[in-house]
Design a protein around this ligand. Sequence first.
Ligand code: SF4
Length: 399
Amino acid sequence: MRGSPDRGDPGIYVHVPFCRRICPYCDFAVTPRGRRGSERTARYRTALLAEIALRAAPLGADTVYFGGGTPSLLPPDAVRELVASLVAAGLAAPAPFVILEANPEDLVRDEGLARAWAAAGVSGVSLGAQSLDRDRLRFLGRLHSPDDVRRAAAMLLDAGIPWRSMDLIYGDAAQSSAALEAELEAAAGLSGLTHLSVYELTIEAGTPFGRRAAAGERLISAETAALFRSVHETLAGVGFVAYEASSFARSKRDRSPHNPKYWTGAAYLGLGPSAHSFDPDRRARSWNHRTIAPWRDAVLRGELPVEGAEVLTARERALETVFLGLRTVAGLDLDAFAAAWGDAVVAANRDRFRRWEASGLVRTGGGRLAPTLDGLAVGDALAREVDLGLVADERAAAA
Ligand code: SF4
């Protein structure tokens, strides 16, 4: 599962499942940290070290991403120890680019935290701000204030963390287009942010928001298509250029060094409960037990904590390539696609691509099929239209 020039070096994702409070829209694998938080975190750290030892192999990932959950609840010395263990196990290359998701309230509670992360080798922080509006933060169940977000962003800059990103959510029923633009401009103006990830609010069954929506409450804006356009146009106007449907960077070198691995078919290894892994050589995806107890019990018994795995068929991989390509501004590399799946597959879709181009949804040229802003907004629907019937399916061929 090594890197390749086409798909880049592997990455590592470490899931940290604890949160101070569970937000009403969240359906990630998370659990309240509770009163004995530091004890639970310490036990978790021990189990993660056990999983790293079990997975030791020459992977050489150049990025390590701590996501969650709330990784800013991990003590900086735990981050340092886990990264050192990943390097010692061969899973990470020496001096990987380490990114940590952080909640603003954790930074403002501890003035020295950002500097401690920098000293522990953290190169990037993704700040889980979600909004800069007090009422929206309350609606989203967040614990921080707009002022906490501003202070946290300034702390990251002061600490010399080179890559500083912020997550924002838009599209709840009460948010007007003007309010969204004002929030985006305020976020873009925060000290030293180099990257923004802006997501549409989605309602997931089984969450408190899911139950409210099922009871008939309208939580999502009816104008999400217009808001998507507003997000892209507003951020372009303040110097944040989109490179993926939800990802914006001040310059090319400010793009996430980790997330594109998921779009380009690079290998990634997930550690911790619910984490997913992908091995492009074996075309295999696997996932860990979703909750902490079975995951921890397995690793402490010396067993891989894998709950399930699948080998993707050629057609599934081709479809994934189309889906992921049409989410990026660079678009789908048609030459590479034809080389992987056959010229006939591309030829079978030429008329479709021409129709999309005539409708202003894509641009073609340079061997690529690149979505316009209108195309990015409906990239998933476009991907579903692509005819992959001529992709030879290994399972069918083997039958
Ligand atoms: S802080 Fe993030 S991971 Fe935790 S519950 Fe809220 S949205 Fe989910």
